[in-house]
Design a protein around this ligand. Structure first.
Ligand code: ASP
Length: 441
C-alpha cells in the first residue's frame, strides 16, 4: 500500500474542534499513515501560540523569575483539549516529568520542544496511532545542521516498525549528545518533508489554513487565482521574493525523492490546494505561475571608463561585498558599468564602508546609490516555450505609465525580474497580473 505523510500546522491543531477535523481528514484515506503535528497555534486573533508561551517560560526561567504561574495555563490548554476529545493522554504524568526536568535545569530547546511533543502525544491517543518521538530520529551536527542521511536512515528504520504513527514536528537532537535541537520557527514543515522522504511517500500533504498558494499577494491583487501546480524551482523563486507558504527548508527532502507536496486547507478539505512537484504539467493555466515581489532594494552603480578591458574588475567588486558579509541579488552589467542590486536590509550600517572600499580598491570614475527600488519576479516554467512574455510585461507596465528601472531574464527562462520604483510597486504587480490572468466575470 502506498503511504501518504501529512503535516498539520498550529492552526489545524489549535483546539478540540480542529483536531476532530484532522481525524476526519486522516480517516478518509487509509493511505494517510504518518502524521506530523505542530504545537497548538492561535485559536483566535490575540490568542497565544503554545510555542510562544514556551519561549516565554524559558525567558522567565533564564531570569530566575518564578515560573509556576506560566505552567498552569499551559497544562490547562492541553487538558481542556483532552477533556473535550474524551481522551486520557496522561497529562498529569507528562507535566510531572516536565516539572522535574525544569527543576533539574533542562535546556531551553527541551522546554520549547514540549509544545510539539505534547501535541503529538495527545493526537496519537485520540487517533489510536502509535506515538513516535523524533528526538533520536532527526539528527543534527554540533552546529545545528541537519544530518540528512543519518536522519533518513534512522527515520526509515523507525517507521518500518509502525503501521501508523503520529510524530512531533520541529525538533530532533544533536547526534553527539542526544540533547534536543530545534529547527527554526515553522520547522514542523521540514519534519514532515523528512518523514515523507523516509517513508517513501507518494505525497506529502501539508495541511494549513489556506487552500494553497495564490498567484499574487491578495493584499495587492483582488481575489487572485489559486495556483494548481507549481514546480519546486518556481516555488523557490516565488518564496525567495516573499510568497511564503512553507518553511524554506521543507522543499529539499521531498524534492530529493521526487515526492509531490500538496498544500491543503484543514478548514476546506475539499479544495484541491496547490501541488508542488517536478511535473511539467501545462494543460491549463496561464503562461505564468505566479508573481511576487519585495519593495526595498538599493542599487549601487559603479562607472569606470574601459571597465570591460580591466581583467578581474567584477571579481574585486564582489570580493568587497563578500568581505562585508553581504549577499547581493542581481548584478546587471554594461561595458563600462556594474550595478549591484542588494536588499536594503542587508546594507544597513555597512553602506559607507563598502562605498569607501569601492573607491579605494576599484578607482571608479563615478559611483551612485539609489534606494527604494522594488523587484518583481514574474515566474513561470512555461515561459521558455512562449514568445513575447517579456514584451507583454513591458507593454503592461508602459500602459500604466510605469518606468522599468531594471529587467533581467535568466537563460533558464523560469522568471523575469523587473525593477521599478517603490511607489509603483503595487500598481506594477496588478498590471502584470491583469495582463496574464484573464478577468473573471
Ligand atoms: N511550533 C513551532 C512554531 O510555532 C514550529 C511549527 O509550528 O512548525 O514555529
Amino acid at each position: 500500500m502506498s503511504v501518504k505523510v501529512l503535516k498539520f500546522g498550529g492552526s489545524s491543531v489549535a483546539d478540540a474542534s480542529q483536531i476532530r477535523k484532522i481525524r476526519e481528514i486522516i480517516e478518509a484515506d487509509a493511505e494517510r499513515r504518518y502524521v506530523v503535528v505542530s504545537a497548538p497555534g492561535k485559536r483566535y486573533s490575540g490568542d497565544s501560540k503554545i510555542t510562544d508561551l514556551l519561549i516565554m517560560l524559558k525567558a522567565v526561567i533564564d531570569n530566575n523569575i518564578p515560573y509556576e504561574p506560566l505552567l498552569a495555563p499551559l497544562k490547562e490548554r492541553y487538558t481542556s483539549i483532552a477533556d473535550e476529545l474524551g481522551i486520557d493522554a496522561n497529562l498529569d504524568e507528562e507535566f510531572d516529568v516536565l516539572r522535574k526536568n525544569l527543576k533539574a535545569g533542562c535546556s531551553g530547546n527541551y522546554i520549547v520542544s514540549r509544545g510539539e511533543y505534547l501535541s503529538a502525544r495527545l493526537i496519537a491517543a485520540y487517533l489510536g496511532y502509535d506515538f513516535l518521538d523524533t528526538k533520536d530520529l532527526i539528527l543534527f551536527d554540533n552546529k545545528g545542521r541537519l544530518l540528512a542521511d543519518e536522519t533518513n536512515a534512522a527515520l526509515s528504520a523507525a517507521l518500518s516498525e509502525h503501521e501508523r504513527a503520529v510524530l512531533p514536528g520541529f525538533y530532533g537532537s544533536y547526534a553527539s549528545s542526544g540533547d534536543i535541537c530545534l529547527f527554526s520557527r515553522g520547522g514542523s514543515d521540514v519534519t514532515g518533508s523528512l518523514v515523507a522522504r523516509a517513508a517513501g511517500a507518494s505525497v506529502y500533504e501539508n495541511w494549513t489554513d489556506v487552500s494553497g498558494m495564490l498567484m499574487a499577494d491578495p493584499r495587492i491583487v483582488d481575489n487572485p487565482l489559486p495556483i494548481k501546480n507549481i514546480s519546486y524551482i518556481e516555488l523557490r523563486e516565488l518564496s525567495y521574493m516573499g510568497a511564503s507558504v512553507m518553511h524554506e527548508d521543507a522543499v529539499f527532502p521531498a524534492r530529493l525523492s521526487d515526492i509531490p507536496i500538496n498544500i491543503r486547507n484543514t478548514n476546506q478539505p475539499e479544495d484541491p490546494g496547490t501541488v508542488i512537484s517536478n511535473s511539467d504539467d501545462c494543460e491549463d493555466g496561464s503562461v505564468i505561475s505566479g508573481i511576487a515581489g519585495k519593495p526595498d532594494f538599493t542599487v549601487i552603480s559603479i562607472y569606470k571608463n574601459m571597465m570591460n578591458n580591466e581583467v578581474g574588475f567584477v571579481r574585486r567588486a564582489l570580493a568587497i561585498v563578500e568581505d562585508a558579509g553581504i549577499s547581493f541579488d542581481h548584478i546587471p552589467t554594461g561595458i563600462d558599468s556594474l550595478s549591484m542590486v542588494i536588499a536594503s536590509s542587508e546594507l544597513e550600517d555597512k553602506l559607507d564602508d563598502i562605498l569607501e572600499a569601492f573607491r579605494v580598491q576599484l578607482k571608479p570614475d563615478d559611483i551612485s546609490v539609489e534606494n527604494g527600488i522594488a523587484l518583481i519576479a514574474v515566474v513561470g516554467r512555461r515561459m521558455n516555450r512562449t514568445v513575447g512574455v517579456s514584451a507583454r510585461i513591458c507593454a503592461a507596465l508602459a500602459a500604466e505609465g510605469i518606468n522599468i528601472r531594471m529587467l533581467n531574464q535568466g537563460t533558464g527562462e523560469i522568471n523575469v525580474i523587473v525593477g521599478v520604483e517603490a511607489p509603483d510597486f503595487e500598481k506594477a504587480v496588478r498590471a502584470i497580473y491583469n495582463e496574464f490572468v484573464p478577468a473573471r466575470s
